[in-house]
Design a protein around this ligand. Structure first.
Ligand SMILES: NC(=O)C1=CN([C@@H]2O[C@H](COP(=O)(O)OP(=O)(O)OC[C@H]3O[C@@H](n4cnc5c(N)ncnc54)[C@H](O)[C@@H]3O)[C@@H](O)[C@H]2O)C=CC1
Ligand SMILES: O=C(O)[C@@H]1CCC=N1
Length: 267
């Protein structure tokens, strides 16, 4: 495996660095990370032992694959600062909402190798979900190699770039709404008298187990829901209230708002 550099080690950068190091796909000395925030660098150094620098240009010089993990609004600035060091052998990997492949090509050149991805923070616990797309300069072999990096901390699928807005809604941003769901279930359990820490454990394990059932049984989520609802029982009462309160409509509306924002950021 080649050397990997990260420009930015915030929430998403750190989750990916942690995922790669814990998987053993690369050793920490094959990874170089830059950040302007020294506390962020200290944190990745102390936890994962990777090389750190405050200079993004060092990252580009030292790495075959460069993952740009800064906020979308400073992507262009960072790329302008390092673009003279990006040759046609290096692979630039983006993870930002709203950064299309063509917008990156317009800064660093359409002759450069560019991969656009959308990961999510469960990468930190090896349960990430990443979508990957590429520009014309990436070979099939390189695409597979990049996919294997993202698979080192979860699942990864190659998609057409037109699907990226849906990916952000379904997996990139989704952990936030799932955490809200877990928090809300736990709040109710606390009302019932359960200690808070225990409530988070019960709610989170129920969400994780349910997600696993969807993936492993291949059954329709509605069928799995029906299996929980005993006639005249407790669950169907909760389902009735969720429907009355517009639970599914509210989730659909929220995720569409997320996708719309992604489209707007891509303009
Ligand atoms: N947080 C998430 O769940 C996900 C985030 N993303 C994408 O990841 C990117 C980063 O998001 P977060 O990690 O949430 O942001 P963040 O704010 O946690 O991290 C960004 C990091 O970049 C650093 N930084 C700023 N300017 C820099 C520069 N010039 N050179 C080097 N480092 C610099 C900051 O100090 C910070 O540590 C965004 O583009 C976002 O769209 C994608 C999928 C999921
Ligand atoms: O909130 C955001 O814009 C980023 C993209 C997906 C998750 N976080």
């Amino acid at each position: 495996m080649k050397t990997i550099g990260f420009i930015g080690s915030g929430n998403m950068g750190k989750a990916m660095i942690g995922g790669i190091v814990k998987s053993g796909l690369l050793t920490p000395n094959q990874i170089t990370v830059s950040d302007l925030n020294k506390a962020a660098l200290e944190s990745v150094y102390n936890e994962f032992g990777v090389n750190t620098t405050t200079e993004s240009r060092e990252v580009v010089k030292d790495s075959d694959i460069i993952i740009v993990a800064v906020k979308p609004n400073i992507y262009d600035i960072v790329l302008e600062q390092v673009k003279d060091l990006i040759d046609t052998n290096k692979i630039i990997v983006t993870i930002a909402a709203g950064k299309t492949i063509s917008s990156i090509e317009s800064i660093i050149g359409s002759d450069k190798k560019i991969i656009r991805t959308m990961p999510n923070t469960p990468a930190l616990v090896n349960e990430g979900m990443t979508a990957i797309c590429k520009n014309k300069n990436i070979t099939d072999e390189e695409l597979e190699m990049i996919k294997s990096i993202f698979e080192s901390f979860g699942e990864a699928e190659i998609v057409g770039e037109y699907l990226i807005d849906s990916v952000i809604g379904a997996s990139g941003s989704a952990p936030a709404y799932v955490f809200m769901f877990i928090e809300a279930i736990a709040d109710a359990a606390v009302i019932g008298g359960m200690p808070r820490a225990q409530a988070y454990k019960f709610a989170a394990q129920a969400v994780m187990g349910s997600a696993k059932m969807v993936i492993e049984t291949g059954k329709h989520p509605g069928e799995l829901k029906d299996m929980v609802c005993s006639p005249g029982g407790t669950t169907i009462e909760a389902v009735r209230v969720l429907e009355e309160e517009g639970f599914r409509a509210s989730v659909i509306k929220s995720v569409v708002a997320c996708m719309d924002k992604s489209k707007e950021m891509s303009k």
